[in-house]
Design a protein around this ligand. Structure first.
Ligand code: COA
Length: 195
């Protein structure tokens, strides 16, 4: 079963063999569950120490300071995944430069893995980033996170080694960039993304 991306806030009508998924801004009452899901998924993937896991659990803070999105299944009861979108200069932007948006804390529920939910979440971010005036999206991936490295490569993300960085001495993050379809580079627009 593969997910089909919906409109940003409306369910998509999938083909018979596909599950519809809605990607939208997290509702206030969902935020604790989003935090728990993110922590659970990051712990299972061995992404970060306890301090970082506590940080990724703070979905309330992400909802305040960035754009916290969720993917919901067609039964409208299940939280399938989450992602946070930040723009350059925002509290959750680590490497985004002016005109870029940044993906943070992508997590897909174990029960929904391998169904394209991650793609739906990232594509929703692309739409929102473009609507906000961004021309490019960036993200950072731990070099040991082989599944995420394959995932972003499949979505057209390109390595940007000059932007790799070390949040702490023992963790290297690999930088990826993806130009948004139809976007103009900043020297052509001079625009900065705002959300
Ligand atoms: C990376 C991630 C977001 C991908 O989400 P997804 O919606 O499962 O993505 P896909 O549908 O493209 O499938 C990803 C992989 O899961 C595999 N898969 C298929 N069924 C699966 C299942 N039942 N259980 C687990 N994995 C499954 C797919 O074959 C694919 O493997 P591949 O990379 O070897 O090709 C998700 O694995 C995740 O949340 N990982 C942990 C958090 C993380 O790494 N976040 C990104 C930090 S930068």
């Amino acid at each position: 079963m593969t997910a089909t991306p919906g409109q940003l806030d409306e369910p998509a009508a999938g083909a018979d063999s596909e599950a519809a998924v809605v990607v939208r801004t997290a509702k206030p009452e969902e935020i604790p569950a989003v935090g728990r899901l993110t922590t659970e998924v990051y712990r299972a993937a061995e992404l970060g120490d306890e301090e970082y896991l506590e940080h990724v659990g703070r979905a309330d803070d992400r909802a305040l300071r960035a754009c916290l999105l969720v993917a919901q299944g067609e039964d409208f009861g299940s939280l399938l995944g989450t992602i946070t979108l930040a723009v350059a200069g925002g509290d959750y932007a680590d490497i985004a430069q002016p005109g870029e948006a940044e993906l943070r804390m992508l997590a897909v529920a174990p029960a929904a893995a391998g169904r394209g939910i991650g793609r739906c979440l990232v594509e929703a971010c692309h739409e929102r980033a473009a609507a906000a005036g961004a021309w490019q999206v960036v993200c950072s991936v731990e070099e040991q996170n082989a599944r995420a490295l394959r995932f972003y490569a499949r979505l057209g993300y390109l390595r940007s080694p000059d932007r790799d960085w070390w949040p702490i001495a023992t963790v290297k993050l690999l930088a990826f960039t993806r130009e948004l379809d139809g976007a103009c580079a900043p020297n052509e627009t001079g625009a900065e993304a705002r959300m």
